[in-house]
Design a protein around this ligand. Structure first.
Ligand code: CU
Length: 158
């Protein structure tokens, strides 16, 4: 019995060694890290908070509700993943008023790309965009996974 056990252990050891060398050969491409959780909501909040829901049915329909809002200078827009996620908010840089891109980028945490917020996949997960120091004008954005479904928003700062 002991001999069998030792043999088994040795075999497992050999397998483990083989597996380890395989891992070493492919280690140049580490697995993607899981998405970082959104920063605490309070970190970026400035001014009054305006709520926007991110909705959808997961296949054919996705939308911001409302899809058009007007906010005062310095407000924060809080996006909440209600259904049909993952959702995010990405701004069209060429839609923004002069100086708007830098201001909004500064008001976005954990961006995955220029002017592009992280994906919200958890129910009721929120993401805030601070419009502190944002010049007046209309800021047009879209949800990266659902642009083809027309998930767009216009945020007018006045
Ligand atoms: Cu979406």
């Amino acid at each position: 019995m002991r001999f069998v056990l030792l043999t088994t252990v040795a075999a497992i050891g050999a397998l483990a060694c083989g597996k380890k060398s395989d891992q070493n050969q492919t280690q140049s491409a580490p697995p993607a890290a899981p998405a970082a959780p959104a920063a605490p909501a309070a970190a970026t909040t400035t001014g009054p908070v305006v709520e926007v829901k991110m909705t959808g049915n997961g296949t054919s329909r996705a939308a911001y509700e409302p899809s058009s809002i007007t906010i005062p200078v310095g407000a924060t827009v809080r996006f909440t993943n209600v259904s049909g996620g993952p959702h995010n908010i990405t701004f069209w840089q060429d839609s923004l008023p002069a100086g708007g891109a830098a201001a909004v980028q500064a008001g976005m945490k954990n961006t995955i790309d220029n002017l592009s917020g992280p994906f919200l996949s958890q129910p009721n997960e929120t993401y805030e965009v601070s419009f502190a120091n944002a010049p007046k004008g209309t800021y047009k954005g879209y949800c990266t996974p659902h642009l083809t479904l027309g998930m767009k928003i216009a945020i007018k700062v006045q």
